[in-house]
Design a protein around this ligand. Structure first.
Ligand code: E4P
Length: 218
C-alpha cells in the first residue's frame, strides 16, 4: 500500500520525505488555504520534493473552466495528478484529461456508485472520504470494502482506491487489511503510527541493561 501525505505544508512533507515514508502528496483547496501560499508555487515546490504523484485540485465547478485549470495544474510538473470533484462536470473533465494522458484523482466520493462512475471516466485514483462518513455515524471503511469488491470484479478498470479523510492510525491499518492501493494520511497520523508505549518502555529497559555492561559496539 502506498502512503501519500495529506498536506500542503512543505516542512511537514520534508520531514516525512527524510524519514522515507512519502510515496505521494494530496492537497485540496482547504489545505492550500491553510498553507497561506499561492497554489501554483506550493504545488511546484512539492513536486520538486516528491517523486510520486502530487494531487492539485481545481477550484472551478464547470467543465470548461475545470479543464483549463486542470491543464494549467498538470503543466506544473509531470507528477501532478489533477484533482476533480465527483460531479457530472468533474467526470466529464476527468475523461478529457485522462485521455490526454494526465493523472486524475477524483475526490469527494461517498458511495460505491460514484466510485464506479469515476472508474468508467478513466480516473487514475478514486478518493473515498472515510472520516467524513464516520463523522455521520457510518463506518467509512465499509465504503472501501465495497469499492474494492466492485473493482476486483472488473480487472479492466485501472482506477486505484485512495483512502482519504483519514483520522486515525486504525483507518490506515484497516485500509491495509482490505488491500487498498493508497492511503493519504495527515502528517500527525504517520508519526502516531510509530508510537507504542511498550516500544518506549522496552527501549528504556534495553538501554539501562546495556549501560550496565560497560560495552561499546563502535
Ligand atoms: C484528500 O484527498 C482529502 O482532500 C482529505 O483527505 C480530506 O480530509 P478531511 O475530511 O479530513 O478534510
Amino acid at each position: 500500500m502506498q502512503f501519500f501525505i495529506d498536506t500542503a505544508d512543505t516542512q511537514e512533507i520534508k520531514a516525512l520525505v527524510e524519514a522515507g515514508f512519502v510515496d505521494g502528496v494530496t492537497t485540496n483547496p482547504s489545505l492550500i488555504a491553510k498553507s497561506g501560499r499561492n497554489i501554483l508555487e506550493v504545488i511546484a515546490e512539492i513536486c520538486a520534493m516528491v517523486e510520486g504523484p502530487v494531487s492539485a485540485e481545481v477550484a472551478a465547478t464547470d467543465h470548461e473552466t475545470m479543464l483549463a485549470e486542470g491543464r494549467k495544474l498538470a503543466a506544473i510538473a509531470s507528477n501532478v495528478a489533477v484533482k476533480l470533484p465527483l460531479t457530472v462536470d468533474g467526470l466529464k473533465t476527468c475523461r478529457v484529461l485522462s485521455d490526454e494522458g494526465h493523472m486524475v484523482n477524483v475526490t469527494l466520493c461517498f458511495s460505491p456508485s460514484q466510485a464506479l462512475l469515476a472508474a468508467k471516466a478513466g480516473a487514475t485514483y478514486i478518493s473515498p472520504f472515510v472520516g467524513r462518513l464516520d463523522d455521520m455515524g457510518k463506518d467509512g471503511m465499509d465504503l472501501i470494502d465495497d469499492i474494492l469488491e466492485i473493482y476486483s470484479s472488473y480487472p479492466d478498470l485501472q482506477t486505484q482506491v485512495l483512502v482519504a479523510s483519514v483520522r486515525t492510525t486504525r483507518h490506515v491499518e484497516r485500509a491495509a487489511m482490505l488491500g487498498a492501493d493508497v492511503v493519504t494520511v495527515p502528517p500527525k497520523i504517520i508519526w502516531d503510527m510509530f508510537k507504542h508505549p511498550l516500544t518506549d518502555k522496552g527501549l528504556e529497559g534495553f538501554m539501562k541493561d546495556w549501560a550496565g555492561t560497560g560495552q561499546s559496539i563502535l
